[in-house]
Write a protein that binds this ligand. Structure first.
Ligand code: CUA
Length: 308
C-alpha cells in the first residue's frame, strides 16, 4: 500500500523520514497513553470496602521520567526537521533559474532565455532548479507533492524554492492557498526530461506553432493557456461566458451596451479582457498579451468560430 505520493526529488526521502519519525513517535505515545487509560482503572480499582486509598503527594522519579523523555523526543524531532529544512532552504549556487508568476488562475513559467510557458514547467533531470516566484494578484501557493516542496506565492515579495528531480517523469502542481472561484483549476505539470530531450525542447522554436491548421492550433492553445478553467465549450456558464455559439452573437455588456462578437472583439478580449465585460460576469480575466503568439491568437479565434 502506498501512503505517500512517489518521492521524485532529492529532498523527498529525507522529508519522508522526518514525517515517519513524527508519525511513529505519535503512534507509540498514543499506544502508551491508551494502555494506561485502560489498564490503570483495571489494575488499581478498589477491590474491597476495606481498601484504603494511599495518600500520594508526588513522585520525583516518575515526574523526571515524564519530563525528560518527551523533552528529548521533541529535541530529536526538532533537530531532524531543522536539518531537512536547511537542506530545502539552501539553494545551490549554480541552479538553473525559472521565474514563476501565479495569477487567477494559472501558473506562468519564464525561462532564462525569455520564453514564457503557461501551466507547464519543463526541466532537465538531475539538475538543480531554482524557482523565483511572485503573484500578480492574491496569495497563491506552489505545491508539488511528488517533490515535497511547497511555498506561498505573494503579490509584494519574491519567494523562492528549489528542487532537483533525478529521473524523467511528470508531476502534478497544485495551488494550495485558496485564491477564489477557480482555485481548484489552478493546476500545472512539471515535466522532467532527460538532458537530451530537454536540449531538443529548448532548441525548438515556439513549439512548432505554424505547422498546425489555425483551428487545431487554437484548440491546443485553449488548453495550454488554461482557458478551459473558466470558459466551457458546451454552453454551460463557468466563471466566464461559454464559447459555444459565441461567434456572431450579440453580447450585452456590463453597463447595458451591446457588442457583436467578431474577430476584433475576440482579439481585444484576449489582450485587454477587462475593457468589455459581459453582463453577469466579473472583470477577472488576465491579459494574454505577450504570452499567446500572434498565430495562437488567430488560432483561438478560428477555434471559437468553430464552436457552433
Ligand atoms: Cu491560486 Cu489557489
Amino acid at each position: 500500500m502506498q501512503i505517500l505520493p512517489q518521492a521524485a526529488s532529492t529532498v523527498a526521502a529525507s522529508v519522508d523520514s522526518v514525517e515517519m519519525l513524527v508519525f511513529w513517535v505519535c503512534l507509540i505515545s498514543f499506544a502508551i497513553v491508551m494502555a494506561m487509560v485502560i489498564g490503570f482503572p483495571l489494575l488499581y480499582s478498589r477491590k474491597s470496602d476495606n481498601d484504603i486509598t494511599p495518600d500520594i503527594r508526588g513522585n520525583h522519579v516518575a515526574e523526571a521520567i515524564w519530563t525528560i523523555i518527551p523533552t528529548i523526543l521533541c529535541m530529536v524531532i526538532f533537530a531532524a526537521g531543522l536539518a531537512v529544512y536547511n537542506d530545502m532552504r539552501a539553494i545551490p549556487e549554480d541552479a538553473m533559474e525559472v521565474k514563476i508568476t501565479g495569477r487567477k488562475w494559472q501558473w506562468i513559467f519564464t525561462y532564462p532565455d525569455g520564453r514564457v510557458v503557461p501551466n507547464e514547467l519543463v526541466v532537465p533531470a538531475g539538475k538543480d532548479i531554482r524557482l523565483v516566484m511572485k503573484s500578480d494578484d492574491v496569495i497563491h501557493s506552489f505545491f508539488v507533492p511528488d517533490f515535497r516542496i511547497k511555498q506561498d506565492v505573494l503579490p509584494n515579495a519574491y519567494t523562492k524554492l528549489w528542487f532537483n528531480a533525478p529521473q524523467p517523469g511528470e508531476h502534478q502542481v497544485f495551488c494550495t492557498e485558496y485564491c477564489g472561484t477557480s482555485h481548484s483549476a489552478m493546476l500545472a505539470q512539471v515535466k522532467v526530461l532527460s538532458q537530451t530531450d530537454y536540449d531538443a525542447w529548448a532548441a525548438a522554436t515556439d513549439s512548432g506553432d505554424s505547422n498546425l491548421p489555425p483551428e487545431q492550433l487554437g484548440q491546443q492553445a485553449f488548453s495550454k493557456y488554461g482557458c478551459n478553467a473558466c470558459h466551457s465549450i458546451d454552453g454551460s456558464p463557468l466563471v466566464g461566458p461559454s464559447m459555444k455559439g459565441l461567434f456572431g452573437k450579440l453580447e450585452t455588456l456590463e453597463g447595458g451596451s451591446q457588442v457583436s462578437v467578431d474577430e476584433n472583439y475576440l482579439m481585444e478580449s484576449i489582450y485587454d479582457p477587462t475593457l468589455k465585460v459581459v453582463q453577469g460576469f466579473g472583470p477577472i480575466m488576465p491579459s494574454f498579451r505577450g504570452m499567446a503568439s500572434e498565430a495562437e491568437v488567430q488560432g483561438l479565434i478560428a477555434y471559437i468560430k468553430s464552436l457552433k
